[in-house]
Design a protein around this ligand. Structure first.
Ligand SMILES: NC(=O)c1ccc[n+]([C@@H]2O[C@H](COP(=O)([O-])OP(=O)(O)OC[C@H]3O[C@@H](n4cnc5c(N)ncnc54)[C@H](O)[C@@H]3O)[C@@H](O)[C@H]2O)c1
Length: 437
C-alpha cells in the first residue's frame, strides 16, 4: 500500500533540487526548499521561474514553494511526506544532513537521496533503522523537467512500500519513466552509458589511426545505431571532459573486481592532454568541436583534430549504405571494426550485467531510451541485429559470452522480446509479460 505525498521538502536547491522542487510545485504539492543560505534559495527560485527551460510552466504556482535555510528551517520537514535530499555529491555532507534530519521527520514520511554515484549503503551505514527502512536513491536526470528517466534504488533494508510510493508518485504525478535499479556503481543508465563513452574514446583512437575521421566516428555512433546526432565526441563535449574524468575516477574505485570497464576508466593520451589544458567541451568554448563566429556574423563549425592537434573545418560525412544501418557492425573494415568494438562491446557489457545491475532486460532498455535518448535499448538493438549473429561473432572472436546472450542461447530462442514486445526473456530462460511503463 503506497503512502500519500502531498508535501515535499527538497534539501539543496542547486540544479537538481530546483528542478525537483519546480516539478512538484507544478503538480500542486507544497514544497519546502532549503539551501545553505537564503541567497542560494532565492537564486534557486529565480532559476525555477526563469531558467532555460523554467522548471515551472505556471509561474503562479511558485506560491507552492516556501524558501528557507538548512540551518534555521530544517525542523519544518516535520510536516513533509517526502524528504528529498539534493545537496552536493559528497558522502560526508549527505550523511551529516541525514543525521540532523532523521529525528525531525514524522513517522510515515519517505526519504530519498539524489546521487549520481555514491552507493546508498555508504550513505546509510550506521544510520537508525527507521531511516534505512524509509530511504531510496532517486536518480533524476538533468534537466529534471525534460528528462524522462528516474532510477529508483532501494537499499537492503528499504521496505517495498517506500519504493512503491515514490515510483507511483514520480511516475503518475511527475510524469517520470521509473526504472528499478540496484545499489551498484552508477546504477543502470550511467553504468552502460559511461562504458559506451569511455570505451568509445579508446576504440576511436584506434579508428583514427586506421584513417577514420572524428566526424565519421560520430556519424557511426549516431543514426546507424539509433543514438542521438551528437555521436560520441559531440556528447562528451556536451557533458564536459572534467565530468567524464570524475566519472572515470569514481568507476576506477567502485567497479566490482573483474569488470571489463576497469581497463577504460582513464582517458586516452590526447583527451587527457585536452583535460589538462582546460579544453573541456562546450562549457569552455570548445572541446572536440567549436563554433567560430565569422566577420559577416555567420558561424562555422570546427573540429579539434586529435591526430594533428590543430583546429580545422568540420567535415560533412555521408555514410554509405552498409554503414548507415546497424548491420554496419558486421562490416569487415575500419568503420565496422570501430562500431563492433564500441557498440557491440557495449551491448555485450549490458548483456553481462543482468542480474548484477537490474533484474531484467526491460529496466535496462528503458534506462537507455529514457536517460540517453537511444531509439532502442541494448536488448531491443540486439533483437534488431539478430542475437544469433552477435553470438556467432563473439564465439568467432573467442570472447566471453555475456550472461543474457548465454541465457538466450541455452533457452533455444532467438529474441529478447516476443509477441510485439509484450513479453521479455527473463534470466530464468522463460518469457514474462513486460510491465506497463
Ligand atoms: N547535475 C546533474 O546532472 C546531476 C544528475 C543526477 C544526479 N545529480 C546529483 O544530485 C545531487 C545534487 O547535484 P546538483 O547538480 O544539483 O548540484 P549543485 O551543485 O547544483 O547543487 C548542490 C546544492 O547543495 C548546496 N550545498 C553546498 N554545500 C552544502 C553543504 N555543505 N550542505 C548542504 N548543502 C550544500 C549548494 O548550495 C547547492 O545549492 C548530487 O549528489 C549530484 O551528484 C546531479
Amino acid at each position: 500500500m503506497s503512502r500519500q505525498i502531498n508535501s515535499v521538502a527538497v534539501l539543496g536547491a542547486g540544479t537538481m533540487g530546483s528542478g525537483i522542487a519546480g516539478l512538484c510545485a507544478e503538480r500542486d504539492r507544497k514544497v519546502l526548499l532549503l539551501d545553505v543560505s537564503m541567497e542560494a534559495a532565492e537564486k534557486a527560485l529565480d532559476r525555477i521561474l526563469n531558467g532555460r527551460p523554467p522548471a515551472l510552466d505556471t509561474p503562479e504556482k511558485a506560491s507552492n514553494i516556501t524558501l528557507g535555510t538548512l540551518a534555521d528551517d530544517l525542523d519544518r520537514i516535520a510536516d513533509c511526506d517526502w524528504i528529498c535530499e539534493a545537496v552536493i555529491e559528497d558522502v560526508e555532507t549527505k550523511r551529516a544532513l541525514f543525521e540532523r534530519l532523521e529525528p525531525l521527520r514524522k513517522d510515515g514520511s519517505v526519504v530519498s537521496t539524489n546521487t549520481s554515484g555514491i552507493p546508498l549503503r555508504d550513505i546509510t551505514e550506521g544510520m537508525p533503522e527507521r531511516l534505512r527502512k524509509d530511504i531510496v536513491v532517486t536518480h533524476f536526470f538533468n534537466p529534471v523537467k525534460v528528462m524522462r528517466l528516474l532510477e529508483i534504488v532501494p537499499g537492503v533494508d528499504t521496505t517495498p512500500d517506500v519504493v512503491d510510493t515514490l515510483a507511483s508518485f514520480c511516475g503518475t504525478e511527475l510524469g517520470k519513466g521509473v526504472v528499478h535499479a540496484k545499489d551498484t556503481v552508477n546504477f543502470i543508465g550511467n553504468r552502460i552509458g559511461c562504458y559506451w563513452m569511455l570505451t568509445g574514446l579508446h576504440h576511436a583512437a584506434t579508428a583514427l589511426d586506421e584513417g577514420l575521421s572524428m566526424e565519421t566516428v560520430d556519424a557511426l555512433m549516431s543514426g546507424p545505431v539509433g543514438l542521438p546526432p551528437t555521436g560520441l565526441y559531440g556528447l562528451i563535449d556536451l557533458i564536459g571532459l572534467d565530468v567524464m574524468d570524475f566519472v572515470g575516477k569514481n568507476l576506477a574505485i567502485n567497479l566490482p573486481a573483474g569488470d571489463v570497464g576497469a581497463d577504460f576508466t582513464a582517458f586516452p593520451k590526447a583527451e587527457q592532454a585536452m583535460l589538462e589544458r582546460g579544453q573541456l567541451g562546450r562549457k569552455s568554448g570548445g572541446g572536440f568541436y567549436r563554433m567560430q563566429k565569422l566577420g559577416d556574423g555567420s558561424k562555422k563549425k570546427e573540429t579539434f583534430d586529435l591526430k594533428t592537434g590543430d583546429w580545422r573545418d568540420a567535415l560533412n560525412i555521408e555514410l554509405d549504405d552498409t554503414h548507415r544501418s546497424p548491420d554496419g557492425l558486421f562490416a569487415d573494415d575500419a568503420e565496422g571494426r570501430f562500431s563492433w568494438h564500441t557498440m557491440g562491446g557495449t551491448l555485450s557489457y549490458a548483456a553481462d550485467l543482468i542480474p548484477q545491475i537490474s533484474d531484467d532486460v526491460v529496466n535496462v532498455d528503458r534506462a537507455m531510451r529514457w536517460g540517453f535518448a537511444w531509439a532502442k535499448g541494448p536488448f531491443e538493438l540486439l533483437d534488431a541485429l539478430g542475437p544469433d549473429r552477435v553470438i556467432e561473432k563473439i564465439e568467432a572472436s573467442g570472447l566471453h559470452m555475456p550472461k543474457m546472450l548465454d541465457v538466450l542461447r541455452n533457452a533455444g530462442v532467438d529474441t529478447f522480446y516476443r509477441n510485439d514486445g509484450t513479453e521479455f526473456l527473463g534470466v530464468d530462460g522463460q518469457y514474462h509479460p513486460v510491465p506497463a511503463e
